[in-house]
Structure formats: C-alpha cells, structure tokens
Design a protein around this ligand. Sequence first.
Ligand code: PDD
Length: 281
Amino acid sequence: MSDFIWLNGEIIPFSEARIGVEDRGFQFADGVYEVLRLYRGKPFTLAEHLDRLTRSAEGIGMSVPLPAAELGAQIGKLVSKSGLRDGMVYLQLTRGCSPRNHVIPAEIKPTLLFYARPLPPPPVPGEGEGVKLCTVPDERWKRCWIKSIALLPNILAKSQAVGGGYDEAVFIDHGTATECSASNLFAVVGDKLVTHPIGSKVLPGITRAVLLLCAAGLGIEVDERPIREEEAARAGELFITSTTREISWVASWNDRYIGQGRCGPITTALHRALQSRINEE
Ligand code: PDD
C-alpha cells in the first residue's frame, strides 16, 4: 500500500500535503466529513455517502465542489493509486482558508481532501467479543444529522468510555438513548427492532439505513422511536452500527450483561444479511 492523498484536485504523497493555518476547518471546525468503507478495492454505498455529504454541506451553507459522479471517480483513482483493497476512505470538506473571522466570508475556496487507510477485517457475525457500553449525557447541538467535523462532545465521550474500560459511549438525552459517540444504536425489544428516528438527534447512519433494509428483507418489524435508557438497557439484544465496524453486538451496558453476555440470534441474522448485501454490491 502507498500513502497518497487527494487534496484539492491533485493526488500527492500524504507526507507532502499542506493545509493553511487559517483553514476554517482547523480554526473553527467549519466543515463536514465522510467515512466510506472499502471492500476489495471498491467503496461500499458510495452514492449514499456522497448524498449525505451533499446534505451535510448544504446544512452548513456549503456545496460540494465536484459533482457526485466526478467525486466518485476521483475517489476510485485515489483508491487504485493507494493499492488498498480493504479499509476506509476518510473525506473532509472544509470552508477553506481565509483570515480568521467568525463571519463566513462571501468568497472562499473550499478545502477538499480524502485518503485511504486499512482497517482490520470485518467480524464474523455472532463471533468475537461483545462491546461494553457506558452512559454519557448527550450535550451535543441539535443538528446531529450534519456529519460535522466539530466532534468534541463525541471524542470526549469516547475517551471517557475507553478510559473507564468500556468500548463505546451511549448518549442520553433527557432519559432517551439517542446514539453512540461514533455509531448508531439498535435494541431488540420483544421481536421488534427499535432505533432512534433520524432527525436532529442522531446521524442518519448509512449502515443504519442498509440495516433497516436487511431487517425488512428478513421480515423483522422495525420501530423507529426514541427509547428510554432503562428500556434499552433491559433489551434482549443490543447492537451498534457504523461504516467502520459494520455491526458490533453489545455484551454489557454500565457493567450489566445484555442477553447473558452472548450475541443474540437477531443480531447475528442481521449481520449475515448485511454481509450478503456487501458481497452482492
Ligand atoms: N462515524 N453516529 C455517529 C455519531 C457517527 O459518528 C457514526 C459514524 C455513525 C454511523 O454512521 P455510518 O453508518 O454512516 O458510518 C452514527 C464514523 C464511522 C466516524 O466518525 O469515524
């Protein structure tokens, strides 16, 4: 694998990339991002990620500087030049460079970059260690549907979780479990799959959306509704989803076992269905 980056239209060695000190992404976290998964050298759900990028950019009054088809082609070029088969692409779009001023300048050229990184192989459904969750207060803003690079609450929550011996933090907003610091949360309640509806409080995860299709394909009923922390923590099965982890089954929440600390049958079936979709695409 070779380390290249696509930066404002050029593919260059990663070590040669330079971003201005007054880039508004650096000074104000004024930007949005995407994380795409690569399987066998091909980005999975590329169109969905680029569509969300467009919506995130519009959400902060920006537009993506390349049409989606062209951007997709450029991502393909970078991936083949990097030689990476399985991993991820990190893409970041910031407002660009301009003398520091809170007011968004009328004329500014955005900074767009992306590069590929390897990831460990995806887990075998139902196997591996379950994830340990802990609770943190949801102190984020009310536009969580924007995939903003302003991730301080998320990184503080995740670091608090990992520092305490957990794997992921669940955000609790007025008693409701919204999502995790870098993943969406699903609970199996009775024979239904429950997850927070998209909107102001959660990121519209691409894996979440694919998983809802998998659930429909398996005839599993889905309830998109807010779920109270107590109800979620008593669920028969819990799992979290993201582009980088696919599905991780949850073994415990605040040190209390979920489903006797084993991966449940619905989680395993959904993960198998997700992997079939990945193989089909
Ligand atoms: N994060 N919710 C949050 C807050 C996230 O940061 C993520 C993903 C998700 C899952 O979204 P998706 O299925 O589209 O990856 C939900 C990425 C992976 C990251 O920040 O690295």
